[in-house]
Design a binder for this molecule. Sequence first.
Ligand SMILES: NC(=O)c1ccc[n+]([C@@H]2O[C@H](COP(=O)([O-])OP(=O)(O)OC[C@H]3O[C@@H](n4cnc5c(N)ncnc54)[C@H](O)[C@@H]3O)[C@@H](O)[C@H]2O)c1
Ligand SMILES: [Zn+2]
Length: 376
Amino acid sequence: MTVPLRARDPIVVDVALGERSYDIVIGRGTLPSLGQRIAALRPGARVAIVTDTTVARHHLGAAQAALTRGGIGCTVVTIPPGEASKSFAELERLCDALLAARLERRDLVIALGGGVVGDLAGFAAAVVRRGVDYVQVPTTLLAQVDSSVGGKTAIDSAHGKNLIGAFHQPILVVADTALLDTLPPREFAAGYAEVAKYGLLGDAPFFESLEANWREVFAGGAVREHAIAVSCRAKAAIVARDERETGDRALLNLGHTFGHAFEAAAGFSGRLLHGEAISLGMVLAFAFSARRGLLPQVEADRVARHLAAVGLPTHLSAIAELPDADRLMDLIAQDKKVQRGALTFILVRGIGQAFVASDVDAAEVRAFLVEKLAER
Ligand SMILES: NC(=O)c1ccc[n+]([C@@H]2O[C@H](COP(=O)([O-])OP(=O)(O)OC[C@H]3O[C@@H](n4cnc5c(N)ncnc54)[C@H](O)[C@@H]3O)[C@@H](O)[C@H]2O)c1
Ligand SMILES: [Zn+2]
């Protein structure tokens, strides 16, 4: 299917959270409507755009023009790109800048960027003046399908990632899929791992459609918009059922228990992007489930084949200098809290059939890792 790269009516996904409900507006060319949408939601509000210097270079001008078109005055605060900005130091600098810009309770923060900007700006919005509203304008694929939706905001601590934060839902998400055209291909592929995750955890027909049409998701036409919308709908449905992750929301962690351990082992560096770690983690979650007899090995192989086809790592040999199984188990334990030798894990009974297993024997996981490490 060939689809033109043109603006059309956006797709609107509703995140149904009672009085905290909001729309995710998805489409090529939705950014220019940002000002009018904000003016309609919050007449008279002033806004502060928070962005990183890389995103600013590509897209800040268009965002400012969109606000001007809506008659909205704005200030801009930029942060350095990269995970290191999710720190107390940047949070302090950002909060001070928002106060210096005289942002008041009825004003708005706009997070223009990837997950780093979204998490930091969202957390600053949660705490400045005891909370101001914010709008997400995600500019990475990962942010459009995952981090901008659901209201988790955070910075990192020396004790681990995302350990200091708040649940703070945005009042609007505007995902302009054209903004992804400037994203480095490796970042796009990493975000795609989360797109595939939604199929793998609960929607087999979606995974099947990705197997057939992934090239068009990468190419940027209507199929991309559709895949982003399906992903947002899946996340919105889970978040609406379990906003604060007391149950079902954990399904979104498919592939993340192994994945986080690999990320930590790689020092959360550019050596292994989050989505790349999640690709490996999902392959292992399927292989581990197959080993437990929950699904046939051929189905686990099919998952690995698709992720490899799009250029994501699916084999542990992709990570240089992996630590041994004991060290990986330490990292898993730090991330997930082992309780009396048992781990909570997201396992699968097949493609699209993930479930939360709270009784996974740590020794069995360790034996599995020893085996996988030996296969390298
Ligand atoms: N809150 C949540 O629910 C949630 C969920 C998943 C991930 N996260 C967080 O998200 C973060 C990762 O987000 P990310 O992958 O978007 O990384 P990121 O924000 O670091 O962006 C990746 C890189 O791409 C650049 N970039 C962003 N948009 C661009 C564009 N349109 N064109 C060119 N370059 C662009 C950025 O400057 C950065 O260098 C992590 O900190 C993770 O913890 C949060
Ligand atoms: Zn993830």
